[in-house]
Design a protein around this ligand. Structure first.
Ligand code: NAD
Ligand code: IPM
Ligand code: MN
Length: 346
């Protein structure tokens, strides 16, 4: 599901890379294209029919997604409906956003190459300020008031915090909670209580609680100190773009929206980038790395290694779009990655 803007431009190459991995015998797969996005919404008046949703839910192992957002739908309603809709309706409660500095010199930080930067954001994906609950009173008047409610349930917080500890433990990573309990005590008080309770069940895993503002500073000053950062929906959204920039920008940041073992939607962290659509400047690497996450979650580790290896080789050899300091176009990078995957080189 390529979606809008540069979404189809980058997923096209991710799909080609997947097919190349299949031709090389690394994975068996079948791909089906879905036309959903702004064009479909503007033409039909609906973002996705119930039957298409059920098909996606019941007949497919995973969704590879591009991005949504189109200037012709200024309030972004179709994007919320589609992307947030799939996240909630498929209960994709974990939004994993791995952030790794894949080559020296990619980060704008002076200190970045001194220690390996390699951490993950575990973003709660079903609640928080994203629940869409609220109201606007006296709209358009000087007395206008808007209220947006933020929701945290013990169930949803506990399942993602637990997953963060389960994941971090065997890898020896530190788990950091990012919150704002000093200013928003109801919601983040619950996050802190649950985090402390779960942490006490994993005495072997190092853990800490950080206010998100100070953590944002640390992410710039000492990004290498982080292992897994677990956080709420909105804070995770913001921190993941900050983190993406630390490791080279939106063109390199993949993500996985998952309900482990049940459903998954894999997409770059970036959006539809209307400012560069059609210019050949979009970096397809985040989409290819998202396809690699999809492969790894579905037991195709060798194929995932092939896609990630191709991205690393392209970065090392300077086959890069302008966002990462190169002069190659989307297609030139895509073609190179596909040839590399097809050649079977690790
Ligand atoms: P954006 O991520 O689309 O773009 C931010 C900046 O990063 C732009 O300058 C863009 O050119 C650059 N950029 C993004 N991806 C790139 C890539 N692959 N290669 C090179 N440069 C890249 O964020 P925005 O401009 O705030 O949002 C544009 C639209 O996308 C909005 O409608 C927004 O709601 C939507 N959006 C969708 C998703 C998603 O579908 N997951 C994520 C973020 C934003
Ligand atoms: C993301 C995006 C979305 C989000 C938007 C498009 C609703 O920014 O996937 O990071 O806020 O989750
Ligand atoms: Mn975002």
């Amino acid at each position: 599901m390529g979606g809008d803007g540069i979404g189809p431009e980058v997923t096209r190459h991710a799909c080609r890379a997947l097919r190349a991995a299949a031709s090389a015998g690394l994975v068996e797969l079948e791909l089906t294209d879905f036309p959903h996005g702004a064009d479909h919404y503007l033409a039909t008046g609906e973002t996705m029919s119930q039957s298409t949703f059920e098909t996606l839910r019941d007949d497919f192992d995973a969704i590879l997604f591009g991005a949504v957002g189109d200037p012709r739908v200024p309030d972004g309603r179709h994007a919320r409906d589609l992307l947030l809709g799939l996240r909630v309706r498929l209960d994709l409660f974990l939004n994993r956003r791995p952030l790794r500095l894949r080559a020296p010199g990619l980060s704008p930080l002076k200190s970045a190459d001194a220690a390996p930067i390699d951490f993950e954001i575990f973003r709660e994906n079903t609640e928080g300020l994203y629940v869409g609950v609220g109201r606007v009173e006296k709209e358009g008047t000087p007395e206008e008031v808007a209220v947006s409610e933020s929701v945290a349930s013990r169930f949803a917080v506990e399942r993602i915090v637990r997953l963060a500890f389960e994941y971090a433990g065997p890898l020896g990573l530190r788990v950091t909670l990012a919150d704002k309990a000093n200013a928003v005590p109801h919601m983040f008080g619950l996050w802190r209580r649950v985090f402390s309770e779960v942490a006490s069940e994993y005495p072997g895993v190092e853990s800490e609680m950080r206010y998100v503002d100070a953590l944002a500073m640390e992410m710039i000053r000492v990004p290498a100190r982080f292992g897994v950062i677990v956080t709420s929906n909105l804070l995770g959204d913001i921190l993941s773009d900050l983190g993406a920039e630390v490791v080279g920008g939106p063109g390199l940041a993949p993500s996985a929206n998952v309900n482990p073992g049940l459903h998954g939607l894999y997409e770059p962290v970036h959006g539809s980038a209307p400012d560069i659509v059609g210019t050949g400047r979009a970096n397809p690497m985040a989409a290819v790395l998202s396809a690699a996450l999809l492969l790894r979650d579905h037991g195709a580790a060798e194929a995932a290694d092939a896609l990630e290896g191709a991205v690393d080789a392209a970065l090392a050899q300077g086959v890069r779009t302008p966002d990462v300091g190169g002069g190659a176009s989307t297609s030139e990078v895509g073609d190179w990655l596909v040839r590399r995957v097809a050649s079977g080189a690790a």
